[in-house]
Design a protein around this ligand. Sequence first.
Ligand SMILES: Nc1nc2c(ncn2[C@@H]2O[C@H](COP(=O)(O)OP(=O)(O)OP(=O)(O)O)[C@@H](O)[C@H]2O)c(=O)[nH]1
Ligand SMILES: [Mg+2]
Length: 227
Amino acid sequence: MTRVITVERAVDAVPKMEAERFRQMMARRGTLVVNLLSSPGSGKTSLLEATAKLWAGTHRMGVLVGDIATDRDAQRLAPWMPVIQLTTGGACHLGLPLVQQGWERLESETLEFLFIENVGNLVCPSSHDLGEHLRVVMLATTEGDDKPAKYPKAFRTSAAMVISKTDLLPYVPFSQAAAEADARLIRPDLEVFALSALHGIGMAEWSEFLLRQRQLRFGPDVASESA
Ligand SMILES: Nc1nc2c(ncn2[C@@H]2O[C@H](COP(=O)(O)OP(=O)(O)OP(=O)(O)O)[C@@H](O)[C@H]2O)c(=O)[nH]1
Ligand SMILES: [Mg+2]
């Protein structure tokens, strides 16, 4: 059975200070918080499933998954990792209070990574600081390579972009070079990972990136703890 938290109204942006407090508290615990943004259906849940399978028995991850309705994503993820479904009751993004409630319910203090799967869209989630250490935006090859230019804030505020569903590249009109170039015009230091969660392509580079980010932020001792 999955655990669900529901709110009946949109949660407004909370002061930056609260988000900073949450970020620092999670850093003291050695938990890297990763906020994953994308359009509906780009493959967020699939990437989290594939990451958990890759890390089974080696790295500890948990997930807070946001949706407007249903706990279907939590049901998919529950066999692989501790997960709490956050149901926004109509709001198009997650807010920090809901994330904090989810974290308390997760009761998993020894996580190395806490992923937040945001509500699927490229607009509202980009304006809300959830106390994450790392924001990652995902763009599927099926969505078109023009999305970075059309939804710049999601790309400007992210440290990395995942191009997902690369197995479909032969069948869709998507230029990886064009998407990367547009995204880097918006955010020059954006790291880019092209992968297929379905076929396990590019997963090793994605995993190395996450482990490196945790080590960079929390220091080398953290890396040896989890080795
Ligand atoms: N071909 C292909 N399909 C994929 C890949 N990753 C995910 N999919 C499919 O894309 C669809 C959506 O994937 P999800 O992981 O549910 O996407 P999501 O971003 O979590 O969707 P929302 O939570 O609704 O926003 C599913 O049918 C997946 O099987 C991939 O690498 N290749
Ligand atoms: Mg999902």
